[in-house]
Write a protein that binds this ligand. Sequence first.
Ligand code: MN
Length: 306
Amino acid sequence: MTSITNSETSVVRKARSVARIIEAPSTIEGGGFEVYRPFPGQVADWFDPFLLLDEMAPHHQAPGEAVGAPAHPHRGFETVTYILQGEVEHRDSAGHHGVIGPGDVQWMTAGDGIVHSEMPSTRIQTEGGVGHGLQLWVNLPASLRRTAPTYQALLADDMASVSGQGWSAEVVAGSMFGADGPASTHTPVGFARVTIQPGATLHVPITAGHTALVYAFAGTAGVGAAVDELHAHHLAVLADDGEAIALTVADDASEPFDCIVLTGEPIGEPMVRYGPFVMNTHAEIAEAISDFNAGRMGTIPASGTT
Ligand code: MN
């Protein structure tokens, strides 16, 4: 764990304005759990290089009733899972296996193709518990779509912890607040969980030209140059017209503001997406479907053989 107190972010930078705020509609995913999905949806398909964002809604799982996402494929991009509450057990056809809990991240590069399952852990399935988490899909450059699959298990203690007056952040990826997150990425991506207390203001420095998003999962903040209100289950999309994301929480707020800040250099290449596959051409999508159907993305080893 890197733990530093940040002074750099107290420098006031020109705040980016808010291009739009998207209320995440809820939908049912996987084995039947509710997710808030700000994108893709009716408002926007994606924010280069980010392809999808899901918040698995906080839900109580009774013993024997926890549901997840059983075996399914991916090719051509990365899936990133961040656990807020509960535990998720991952298995994949490349032989990776792991259980992640609160504050942990699983950063999986599907690349050439993988079959994986994302299920509540055996303990949660047996004992029950609350599940809450986020999943982000990160695009890959055209030249890296079929790179070998990899799996990074990043534990809460691995994150770079940064704090200042009335705020704290856990940096997962990229260089943010003067700290470097532990995730290895293929293009410049920043991912941090940020918590801001009532009465505090934070400026998050952002590289010019990079996409910048804030997804709130608890509390309310004023965001951007015009201090638009950002509530839980809403995504703020920042315009590229300033040097920082400004976040302010009112003195009389009843709870801290809790969010994920995402930044990324746009890849700027054409792509074709179809369900769990994101490729460069329609022909490559057809190839991915036939490779999966023929078993060429592999199978998940039987559970118990960790
Ligand atoms: Mn998946």
